[in-house]
Design a protein around this ligand. Structure first.
Ligand SMILES: [Mg+2]
Length: 285
C-alpha cells in the first residue's frame, strides 16, 4: 500500500465525516497548530460532519471544551469522542450498571465511570470491586497499588470469579512538556497483565478491555455518531490513529505536524501495511 498526497478540501468532498486526533493534529499541547482554527471555523460554517477522536480523558468534556476555546478552536461538545466517554458504552454492553468498581485516576476518571452507572469503591476498602477502571495514571504509589491489584486479580481468578480490568486510554507514554514524558495508565496495566500471565498463563479474563485508539470501541462509537462508515481518520501516530483506523476498516490520513515526520510516500516503503495510511496530509490548510 502506497499513501497518496491529499488536502483537507478533497477529504471533505470525498467523505461523509472527518475524524481528527487532537494532540499533534489540532493542537501541540499548548496552542492550536497552523490551519486548525480556520479549518474548524470552516467546517462549522459549512456544516461538515467532523469529530475529535481522542484518547485523552484527563479532563471533563467541559474542561476539554474550555481548553479548545482558549486555543481558538470552536469545537462543540457533541463533536468530542474521548476514551472516558466510552466507559458508558462498555458498562451498557456488559450489563455492569450498579457494579462495584474501583477507579484509579483523577476525579474526572471517577466522574466518567460514575456517569456510566458504576458504584465506586476504594482500593483496599471493605468491599471488593468487581471492575477496576485504570484511568489517567494519576497520583498513586504505583508499586503498592499494583501489588494490591495483582493479589486481588490473582485470588479472584483462582476463585473463578474474575475481576474485570478496563483501560479507557491505551497510551503507554504521554508528552509532559518539552522533552519530558510520563507513563500512561497503559504502562501500569501492562505490568499487571504480564504478572498475571506469569502466574496463570494467558486467559482473556486476565487481560484489560481497552477502549481507546488503536482498539475498536472508540472507532465504533465515532462511526455510530457520524452515521456513516465513509469516514477518514486524520492522525499523527501510526501506532494509534492509523493502525486503529486500518483495523476498523476506515480510511486514514497522516499529518506531519506531530509524531509522524514522514512526508513522502517513499518514506513509507519500510512501514508495515497495517501502519500505513491511505493519505499523507501535508497541512490542514
Ligand atoms: Mg496525536
Amino acid at each position: 500500500m502506497t499513501p497518496t498526497q491529499t488536502n483537507v478540501s478533497s477529504l471533505i468532498e470525498r467523505y461523509d465525516a472527518l475524524f481528527f486526533d487532537s494532540f499533534g493534529v489540532l493542537v501541540d499541547g499548548v496552542d492550536a497548530l497552523p490551519g486548525a482554527v480556520d479549518l474548524i471555523d470552516r467546517m462549522n460554517a459549512e456544516a461538515v460532519e467532523y469529530f475529535v477522536v481522542t484518547n485523552d480523558a484527563s479532563a471533563s468534556l467541559a474542561g476539554q471544551i474550555k481548553t479548545f476555546t482558549r486555543q481558538g478552536l470552536a469545537v462543540p461538545v457533541e463533536r468530542i469522542v474521548n476514551s472516558g466517554g466510552l466507559i458508558t458504552g462498555y458498562f451498557e454492553q456488559n450489563d455492569l450498571q450498579g457494579t462495584l468498581t474501583l477507579v484509579l485516576g483523577t476525579q474526572y476518571a471517577k466522574d466518567y465511570t460514575t456517569a456510566a452507572g458504576a458504584r465506586l469503591v476504594e482500593l483496599d476498602g471493605e468491599t471488593e470491586p468487581n471492575v477496576v477502571v485504570v484511568g489517567h495514571s494519576g497520583p498513586h504509589d504505583w508499586e503498592s497499588t499494583l501489588e494490591s491489584l495483582l493479589s486481588l486479580f490473582s485470588r479472584r481468578y483462582t476463585q473463578d470469579n474474575p475481576v474485570r480490568l478496563v483501560l479507557p486510554n491505551p497510551d503507554f507514554i504521554y508528552p509532559n512538556g518539552p522533552g519530558m514524558y510520563g507513563f500512561g495508565a497503559a504502562a501500569f496495566v501492562d505490568l499487571l497483565e504480564q504478572a498475571l500471565t506469569r502466574l496463570h498463563g494467558t486467559h482473556e479474563s486476565l487481560v484489560a478491555s481497552k477502549l481507546g485508539k488503536p482498539y475498536s470501541p472508540i472507532f465504533t462509537e465515532a462511526v455510530k455518531r457520524a452515521g456513516s462508515e465513509n469516514v477518514v481518520m486524520i492522525g499523527d501516530q501510526l501506532e494509534t490513529d492509523i493502525l486503529g483506523a486500518n483495523r476498523a476498516g476506515i480510511d486514514s490520513a497522516v499529518v506531519t505536524t506531530g509524531i509522524n515526520r514522514r512526508t513522502t510516500a517513499d518514506e513509507f516503503d519500510e512501514v508495515a501495511d497495517d501502519l500505513t495510511p491511505r493519505y499523507i496530509l501535508a497541512s490542514l490548510v
